[in-house]
Design a protein around this ligand. Sequence first.
Ligand code: BGC
Length: 382
Amino acid sequence: MELNRRTLIAGAAAAGLTAAAAGGTAHASGGRKPVKELFGTLADGTKVYRWSLQNGGTRMKVLSYGGIVQSLEVPDRRGRYANVSLGFDNLDDYVASSPYFGALIGRYGNRIGKGRFTLDGTAYQLSVNDGENSLHGGAQGFDKRVWDVEPFTEGPDVGLRLYYTSADGEMGYPGTLKVKVTYTLTRNGDWRIDYRATTDKPTVVNLTSHVYWNLAGESSGTIYDHELSIEASRFTPVDKGLIPTGEPARVAGTPFDFRRAKPIGRDIRTAHQQLLYGKGFDHNWVLDKGITHRPELAATLRDPSSGRTLRISTNEPGLQFYSGNFLDGTLVGTGGNVYRQGDGLCLETQHFPDSPNQPSFPSTVLRPGETYRTTTVHSFGS
Ligand code: BGC
């Protein structure tokens, strides 16, 4: 049964439960102010804080390091909460060995081939950190930066504004990039991300969020039974280095067809060249809606066991679906258990990988005087 969040809270109230028992979040006039605590200290002495916020039945914890969502809790169909995002319980593990758990990604989500591109006749060499390519902004991307965090409550909304200024030339990218990312928890328990950036020189930008979802709860096993639908008739095939070949392909008749919801595990072991390259799904889907003024539905994820659902809407043209293929049993997660292949999946709203080298892809160029603006909304249900 589809039960939306308001029904759940109303139901909890009707059952005589207090707001605290229902998650402590049912505030008609808005949520509580986010709470800050020390999470750890970096080697250079910089303090890292953790912010806790909740609204409309969703609870989240966010670090000033990388803008990382360290935990995100939502109820199942019986109102039982679980943390549905993979992560660590300590700062050292995030610094030493995180595969981008929960992090903000910049300046460029996904790969740029050979870490090179040319803009207005000038060639740029980026930090190369994934074979010969640049991945997720290079060796010290936005996921490894300490952000200035400002909490807010505004009407029924609760949230955090995260600020980071990336210096001209950082990781090889041109232009001083001023970035503001707003995490909002709405009265319905939606998590909205608004990305803004400006530059003082022509540059390229592609920001995203790298939460690993497991709607049954982190450490509960693989996501192969989760049912996924993606609003896309095409995807961008890649070469063995996971760089798009440049020619979108139709999903029809392939394991990449998620136009109707299907379990992720159903076709993941098909001997399809693209699945061999990615060791599973690790591809960009070309959303049928294209770039939109407002966020529109991109994907729906459902865990049949708990009933939890996640709907992702965005104004971005692409969605990277990564089925956690490179998790290999070497990392110990928040709950003290080891993460293995497929224990979480990422749904990263974005422009397409390698766009700076692919003239037929939508442009990722940002120029002085323009403002980069994208929005992604995560809506939870059960
Ligand atoms: C990429 C994967 C990469 C992973 C890093 C994903 O966004 O598509 O190829 O391994 O991030 O954890």
